[in-house]
Design a protein around this ligand. Structure first.
Ligand SMILES: C[S@@+](CC[C@H](N)C(=O)[O-])C[C@H]1O[C@@H](n2cnc3c(N)ncnc32)[C@H](O)[C@@H]1O
Length: 262
């Protein structure tokens, strides 16, 4: 597949040094190993290797969803790819999905959701803090995803504007205060996903989910254990991210049996 004007390209000089760029005619991109002219990228194939004016070697990749997550500027804690992948899967997010998210934070999860719901779905993302919303807006603009997202500046304890959405995803300190609003916005059987870092928050979330007739409740942690990939020395890496947060997932039930109401 050939690179053209307006494409996003992931440029790498090694497995750890990577940059996400948007190809613009007559512009160039600067790295610690010299610059790369965008005009030199147009017409090349993804997967090709190029050499710049200083003799440095770079590789050209078509960005994957996880690469977009790496290109996010932070003004808050963000959700990273291991948890994002699981959230997308358990919430059933795919092309055409309508999903509510709070808080927007830096927009890391927002950007991933936007990539999957495109082109017919929508992400409604709520944030209380104007500065964080601005960071998220910049990130979404940079990644060409702004048209799929409606950013809303609001304390979500006041509720959401949308109804019949497929999923609600909460990354907030007090998600239990918003579960009743999430119930109002979700379609029957819709998925609620809550991301919280402590056991006490997991418990308070589950108590509220049960009160609000959410069913099929699951709580878990996602753990990724990386290996080195040097042939002859393949083993677990010595430094890992040991913990991020827990996920609590449930589905909106429409009817409650007499037994369950007790
Ligand atoms: C940890 S950050 C979210 C990070 C985001 N998931 C990401 O991946 O970039 C939590 C955000 O929730 C926002 N927040 C906290 N309470 C809120 C509320 N009641 N209504 C809306 N946003 C809220 C905070 O301002 C903060 O930006």
């Amino acid at each position: 597949m050939k690179i053209k004007k307006g494409d996003f390209v992931l440029i790498s000089s090694s497995t750890t040094k990577k940059w996400m760029v948007k190809v613009e005619v007559d512009k160039e991109f600067h790295t610690h190993k010299g610059s790369i002219k965008f005009n030199d990228l147009i017409g090349r194939e993804f997967g090709e290797r190029i050499e710049n004016n200083k003799g440095a070697i770079f590789y050209l990749w078509k960005p994957l969803p996880c690469d977009y997550s790496g290109a996010i500027a932070h003004s808050t804690q963000i959700i990273y790819q291991t948890d994002i992948a699981q959230i997308i899967f358990v919430a059933g997010v795919c092309s055409g999905t309508r999903v509510i998210e709070a808080g927007t934070g830096s927009g890391s999860l927002t950007a991933a959701l936007a990539r999957y719901v495109k082109p017919d779905g929508k992400v409604f993302s709520y944030e209380i803090n104007e500065k964080h919303q601005w960071t998220a807006k910049k990130n979404l603009d940079k990644l060409g995803l702004a048209d799929v997202v409606e950013l809303k500046l609001r304390d979500v304890s006041e509720g959401f504007d949308e109804f019949d959405v497929d999923a609600v995803i909460l990354d907030l300190p007090n998600p239990w205060d918003v579960i009743s609003a999430a119930r109002k916005s979700l379609m029957g059987g819709g998925v609620l996903v809550v991301f919280v870092p402590t056991f006490i928050q997991v418990e308070k979330t589950i108590v509220k989910m049960v009160e609000e007739n959410f069913l099929q409740i699951e709580a878990f942690e996602v753990i990724r254990r990386d290996l080195t990939t040097k042939i002859g020395a393949i083993r677990p890496v010595t430094r890992i991210v040991n913990f991020t947060a827990f996920l609590v997932v449930a589905r909106k039930g429409l009817h409650r049996s007499k037994e369950e109401q007790k």
